[in-house]
Design a protein around this ligand. Structure first.
Ligand code: CU
Length: 456
């Protein structure tokens, strides 16, 4: 099927979750989330289909598309329990929430039986505040090499061979291909988290060696093995219930040397500077003390965002912080961490950007010129990316995905206008204010520093 658009912008691995302001963290923590796989001509989810377009990445072949036998979603998160064994969350922290029980797909200490062949894993960090750094340890404890193929659902131009992943912030998705054919039936391979966190949840602390991480950290049980792969001779098929898959069957999947084409970096129509920080009490409340959306009277908002060096603001849905005047214009965004020792994984809704640089710091191969939609700012760091908004106009958000920060108003509203005649998105979207008696619409304030129609 031929569809309009740019194949270099194809996406694969997404997640979806509740986004209710002020309740996002607790609802996601409770499991109100899912992963979404998008399939396409090149990424068909059928490893046997050889039409010259399909990349034939590990997946399976029982179904025409979307096979999951060898393409597995891994949702990694951390949980906590109170002294009675009840699931626990601190809804009052504005800094960060760390659990002490590692979960994969909401199971504790799970194992997965695999055949000695290639698998694709789509790994999501679904923690509230914890950053991860994952690696694979073989039967002798040595690092298992793998190939990195997608960042936040976007194929990289060429697979990147690695023995450990980079830091993985909340909402980042890393797709990797692991070839278990190097192992024998009975071997066990562990997925290991190497990254310790600051106790206050503000950001990562140290990357342990694989050996140290395997031994575990008595102060943080989420450091260490989180999932075990057991190499076996046969597994039941997921895609064809009742069928059995055998280790003796050939592995038709491939990881081609070229997965997509590079989107070129060009001179932008404009640049934007967005600084994420902590600048006092925030201004989410209006003169009447109410928040839009609604929030409890006791809520405080320490987190703020500045546009192009102007005043700091916290989330108010009746305020447009960035306005994109029309689709198709190429912009360069620079995100800056104004908060010193904090780290923030910043998520841009709806559109992705090609990561250009990290200022004076190094940029790993898994990010450089790679398309993404979540960027870790790093402590005292910054990142620049190229973004070209498409034609789906309307209101979106851009926010920190330390979900606790997000709930305490580290968000801003983005308005994308379209030039499509008759489309409601030719005008700035009126803000819906829900009440028990219905919805009242208000005209949002637009920050002049975020509106290219009135400022340079
Ligand atoms: Cu944050």
């Amino acid at each position: 099927m031929r569809v309009a658009g740019d194949f270099r912008e194809l996406q694969g691995t997404m997640w979806a979750h509740d986004h209710r302001f002020f309740f996002t963290a607790e609802n996601v923590y409770k499991g109100n989330l899912m992963m979404i796989n998008y399939y396409s001509g090149p990424d068909r989810g059928n490893e046997a289909l050889n039409d010259g377009v399909n990349l034939r990445l590990p997946s399976g072949s029982h179904l025409d598309s979307g096979n999951l036998d060898f393409d597995v979603n891994l949702i990694v998160s951390d949980a906590a329990f109170d002294q009675h064994g009840q699931y626990f969350f601190d809804i009052f922290t504005t800094d960060g929430f760390l659990g002490d029980v590692p979960l994969v797909n909401f199971a504790y200490a799970p194992f997965m039986e695999v055949l000695p062949r290639k698998y694709r894993f789509r790994i999501l960090n679904a923690c509230m505040s914890r950053f991860l750094q994952l690696a694979l340890a073989g039967p002798t404890g040595s690092a298992v090499p793998f190939q990195f193929i997608c960042n936040d659902g976007n194929l990289v131009v060429s697979p990147i061979p690695l023995t450990t992943l980079d830091h993985q912030g909340i909402a980042e998705r890393y797709d990797i291909v692991v070839d278990f054919s190097r192992f024998r039936i009975g071997d066990r391979i562990k997925l290991v988290n190497r990254l310790t966190m600051r106790d206050d949840g503000r950001g990562p602390k140290d990357t342990l060696s694989l050996a140290d991480a395997l031994r575990g950290d008595p102060d943080d049980p989420v450091v260490g093995p989180v999932l075990e792969f057991r190499v076996v001779g046969s597994v039941p098929s997921f895609d064809n219930p009742g069928a059995t898959l055998f280790s003796t069957s050939p592995d038709p999947s491939v990881v081609p040397a070229v997965l997509t084409q590079q989107i070129p970096i060009v001179t932008p129509v404009r640049t934007r500077l967005v600084e994420f920080g902590r600048s006092g009490d925030g201004d989410s409340r209006q003169a009447n003390g109410q928040c839009i959306p609604d929030c409890p009277e006791t809520a405080t908002f320490p987190w703020t965002i500045k546009i192009n060096g102007q005043s700091a603001h916290s989330m108010n849905a009746n305020r447009v912080s960035l306005l994109i005047p029309k689709p198709g214009e190429i912009e360069h965004f620079t995100y800056v961490n104004g908060g010193g020792g904090w780290d923030h994984p910043i998520h841009l809704h709806f559109e992705e950007g090609v990561t250009i640089n990290r200022g004076s710091s190094s940029i790993p191969a898994t990010e450089k010129l790679v398309r993404k939609d979540v960027w870790r700012l790093r402590a005292g760091g910054q990142v620049t990316f190229q973004v070209q908004f498409g034609e789906y106009g309307g209101s979106y958000v851009n926010h920190c995905h330390n979900t606790v920060h997000e709930d305490f108003a580290m968000l801003m509203r983005i308005q994308l206008l379209t030039g499509v005649p008759g489309s409601p998105q030719t005008a700035v979207t009126a803000t819906p204010n829900p009440s028990p008696d219905g919805v009242v619409f208000t005209t949002p304030e637009i920050l002049p520093e975020g509106d290219p129609r009135t400022s340079t």
